[in-house]
Design a protein around this ligand. Structure first.
Ligand SMILES: N[C@@H](CCC(=O)N[C@@H](CS)C(=O)NCC(=O)O)C(=O)O
Length: 168
C-alpha cells in the first residue's frame, strides 16, 4: 500500500494521474495547505521541503522498511520504476523522458507558478516581475508547443510520466 500525501493542487495532480494510470494500490493522505499542515513536524519528517506531494511505499520492491519519496519528479520516477509503466527501458527513450521531466520540474512548473503569483495573487503589482515571468511563461509554452509539433507526446512516441508532469 502506498500512502499519498497530497492536496488539490497541480503538483499533487501529477502523482494522482500516475497512481490512477499505473493501478498501484494507494490511499490519499490529505494535507491541508491552507491550515499549514505542510509545516508541521510530522509532515516535515515526510517531506523536509514542506510541500506536497510525497508518498510512503509500505511494500517496497526490496522487501525492506517503508520508502518515503518527496518531489513530484522523483515520485513519478519511483512509481514508474515500481510499476514498470510509463518510462521506456531503452537508453534513448529513458533519457528523453528524464530530460523532459526535469525540464518540467525545473522550468515549466516554477515559471508558471511565479507567473501566477505575480500576475494574479500578489497584492503589490510589480511590473518588472509580472513582465519577466510573463515573458518566460510564453517562452516555455513555446518550447512545449514546438516539441508537441514534432512528437506525439512530450518525450517522443509514447505516453509517459513526463506528460503526466506537464499536463497539470
Ligand atoms: N518542486 C516541488 C514543488 C511542490 C509544490 O510547490 N507544491 C505546492 C502545491 S502545488 C505546495 O505544497 N504548496 C504549499 C505551500 O506553498 O506552502 C515538486 O515538484 O514536488
Amino acid at each position: 500500500m502506498i500512502h499519498f500525501y497530497t492536496a488539490p493542487a497541480p503538483n499533487g495532480w501529477k502523482v494522482a494521474i500516475m497512481l490512477e494510470e499505473c493501478g498501484l494500490a494507494y490511499e490519499p493522505r490529505w494535507v491541508n495547505l491552507a491550515a499549514g499542515d505542510q509545516h508541521s513536524e510530522d509532515y516535515l519528517a515526510i517531506n523536509p521541503n514542506g510541500r506536497i506531494p510525497a508518498i510512503t511505499d509500505h511494500a517496497p520492491a526490496d522487501g525492506g522498511e517503508p520508502v518515503t519519496v518527496f518531489e513530484s519528479g522523483a515520485v513519478l520516477l519511483y512509481l514508474a520504476e515500481k510499476s514498470g509503466q510509463f518510462l521506456p527501458t531503452d537508453l534513448r527513450g529513458m533519457s528523453r523522458v528524464r530530460q523532459w521531466l526535469f525540464w518540467q520540474v525545473g522550468h515549466l512548473g516554477p515559471t508558471l507558478g511565479q507567473h501566477g503569483h505575480f500576475h494574479l495573487y500578489a497584492e503589490e503589482k510589480l511590473p518588472y516581475a509580472i513582465e519577466r515571468f510573463h515573458r518566460e511563461a510564453l517562452r516555455v509554452y513555446g518550447v512545449m508547443d514546438r516539441q508537441l509539433g514534432q512528437e506525439e507526446y512530450i518525450a517522443g512516441p509514447d505516453y509517459t510520466v513526463a506528460d503526466m508532469a506537464c499536463f497539470p
